[in-house]
Design a protein around this ligand. Structure first.
Ligand SMILES: [Zn+2]
Length: 248
C-alpha cells in the first residue's frame, strides 16, 4: 500500500535514489506496526540494526546502477533506508518530519512525476529550518555506522557524561547526532538529548536523584549504532548495570 504513494505517485528518477521507493515502503510498513503491534515494531528496529551492522560498509545511495543486486540490496536500500528515515524523524521531531513528508508527497511539481533525494531534502529543510547537508553526507552518501562508548560519573546534582564514537568506514569521519540517554535512580528517571558534535565530548547535565543506571538510546529508540561497552563509573557510589544489549 505504501508504494501507491512512495513509488507510484512519486517515483525515483534514477536507480541511485531507489531508497525513495523502498526505504519509505519499508518504513511505512514498520510505522503500521508501531501503531498496531508495538512488539513487532521493536523487533523491526532490532532486526534492521543487526542486519545493517553485520557488514561495515555500504551506502543507501546506489553507486552501481548497472547491478540489480546493488539497486535492490535489502540491507542497504530497504533496511538502512528505513532507519535513515527513522533517524530523520528523531532529528526533526514528529511534527516537522511528518509535515515535511506530507508536503513532499503532495508537492504539485513532484506528484505523479519523478523525484531525486534532493527533493526530499528540500522539503525536510524547508519545514524544519535545519541544514541537513551533513546528515545526508554521513547517512546517505557515506557508508557504515557509528559505534559509541559512554562513560558517566555523578558529581552531586550533576552527571558528567563522556561520549566517544568511532565509525565503521573511512567515508564518514563522524556522525553528528542528537543522542538520547536516560538516567534512572531512586524510583525516578529522566531523559537527556545530547547534541553530539565530536568524539570525546563531555556533557554536564543536572540530575535530581542518585543515579544507579543509564540507558543509551532507551528501548532501541532512534539510532542506528552499536555500543562497545559501558564503563563502570569511578565514583564508588555508582555501579552502572548493563543496560543495553550489545549488538555486535
Ligand atoms: Zn518495494
Amino acid at each position: 500500500m505504501a508504494h501507491q504513494w512512495f513509488g507510484d505517485k512519486i517515483t525515483c528518477s534514477s536507480w541511485t535514489d531507489i531508497w525513495l521507493n523502498e526505504g519509505f515502503a519499508t518504513y511505512l510498513a514498520a510505522l503500521a506496526q508501531e501503531e498496531y503491534y508495538p512488539a513487532n515494531w521493536q523487533e523491526f528496529k532490532k532486526n534492521s540494526i543487526e542486519s545493517i551492522v553485520s557488514l561495515p560498509w555500504g551506502s543507501v545511495y546506489v553507486t552501481d546502477t548497472t547491478s540489480a543486486a546493488s539497486i535492490f540490496d535489502y540491507r542497504l536500500i530497504y533496511q538502512k533506508g528505513a532507519m535513515v528515515l527513522h533517524m530523520l524523524r528523531w532529528v526533526l521531531g514528529d511534527d516537522d518530519f511528518f509535515d515535511a513528508v506530507r508536503n513532499y508527497v503532495n508537492d504539485p511539481i513532484l506528484a505523479y512525476s519523478f523525484v531525486k533525494t534532493q527533493d526530499l531534502v528540500t522539503h525536510l529543510e524547508n519545514q524544519s529550518g535545519k541544514d541537513l547537508t551533513e546528515f545526508f553526507e554521513d547517512w546517505f552518501y557515506g557508508e557504515g555506522y557509528p559505534t559509541y562508548t559512554i562513560s558517566v560519573l555523578q558529581n552531586g546534582g550533576f552527571l558528567d557524561i563522556t561520549l566517544n564514537q568511532v565509525t565503521s568506514h573511512s567515508s564518514v569521519d563522524f556522525y553528528e547526532m542528537p543522542i538520547p540517554v536516560r538516567a534512572y535512580g531512586e524510583g525516578a528517571d529522566t531523559i537527556y538529548r545530547l547534541d553530539h558534535l565530536y568524539s570525546g565530548q563531555n556533557f554536564r547535565v543536572e540530575v535530581p536523584f542518585i543515579v544507579d543506571s543509564i540507558n543509551f538510546d532507551p528501548d532501541l529508540g532512534w539510532l542506528l549504532e552499536t555500543m562497545t561497552c559501558h564503563l563502570i563509573a569511578k565514583n564508588l557510589l555508582l555501579k552502572f548495570t548493563q543496560i543495553r544489549q550489545v549488538l555486535m
